[in-house]
Write a protein that binds this ligand. Structure first.
Ligand SMILES: [Zn+2]
Length: 281
């Protein structure tokens, strides 16, 4: 019974806890609406999520509640809510003694994630080609130019983020929001898997493969586009699961400061009415 083992986690260090805390971390549907009421928690969530996806925080890194709470000036309840959100997305693990760490998916779990991702990416391409518009081509090509620029200046963190965003952009063009959400989650998990099993700080997405997919989409060649995407995700998986990762020391405080500052700066910079950005392409 999963509930029992969740409570056993609470018992190991003989402290009395607010008993809704740990089960909440293990419950993927909780909390439903935290970010509306707490901008601090939202910044903490985004900072942690981005730091994990960009491999600034590596699998296994500890995320102590008190450290995060002090850093963002948040209550324990809000810290737990933030960690619960990340847990629901498969980005953190809840361990005994209430230790939360950046998730370390097993090799089998990693293979499962890639299997589902391959299936969904094929579906994305099939849907995008049906709804294709020439401005999609321009948008994707613009994105690939950014990817090439980041690679040229050896900006690995940005390369990792842009590689994932290429796939999420395509998913958004499919017009299916559920598919976009699921794929977004899988791309985040793949980034974590790359951090764990791939070369350190590597996206493993070959940018020329993205270009080939766009060219097939532009030609309206569904069969080739789907095959190229399938081969591309297969290559990412092979590269991702090829090597062991040695692990690296990271300072949680400095990583959180960096990401929180960047997110806050972005939030204060957004003064345009919503929807403006999408129209301006
Ligand atoms: Zn890719």
């Amino acid at each position: 019974m999963p509930e029992i083992s969740a409570y056993r986690i609470l018992d190991v260090d003989n402290h009395v806890y607010n008993t809704d805390a740990i089960p909440a971390i293990l419950n993927p549907h909780w909390p439903p609406l935290m970010s509306r009421s707490s901008p601090r928690a939202d910044i903490a969530y985004q900072a942690l999520r981005q730091a994990i996806i960009e491999q600034a925080l590596l699998p296994g890194a500890k995320l102590p509640e008190d450290h995060i709470g002090a850093h963002f000036g948040m209550s324990r309840t809000l810290v737990r809510a933030t960690l619960a959100r990340l847990h629901a997305e498969g980005l953190v693990d809840a361990r005994p003694k209430r230790t939360v760490t950046v998730a370390q998916p097993s090799l089998d779990e990693a293979r499962e994630v890639f299997e589902v991702r391959r299936a969904l990416e094929r579906e994305v391409v099939a849907l995008v080609i049906r709804r294709w518009r020439p401005d999609y081509g321009a948008e994707l090509e613009g994105h690939v130019r950014e990817e090439n620029a980041a690679k040229a200046r050896h900006d690995e963190r940005v390369s990792i983020r842009l590689a994932g965003e290429f796939h999420i952009k395509l998913a958004a063009m499919s017009g299916n929001r559920l598919l976009e959400r699921y794929l977004g989650e899988l791309v985040s998990r793949c980034s974590l898997i790359l951090a764990l099993y791939g070369r350190p700080h590597s996206s493993e997405c070959a940018v020329n493969e993205h270009s080939d997919i766009i060219a097939a989409l532009r030609r309206g060649d569904a069969q080739t586009a789907i095959r190229l995407m399938d081969e591309h995700v297969g290559s990412v998986e092979r590269r991702a699961l090829l090597a062991d990762h040695s692990g690296e020391e990271t300072d949680l405080g400095s990583v959180l400061s960096r990401y929180a500052q960047a997110i806050e700066a972005r939030q204060t910079a957004v003064v345009l009415p919503t929807g403006k950005k999408r129209q301006a392409r």
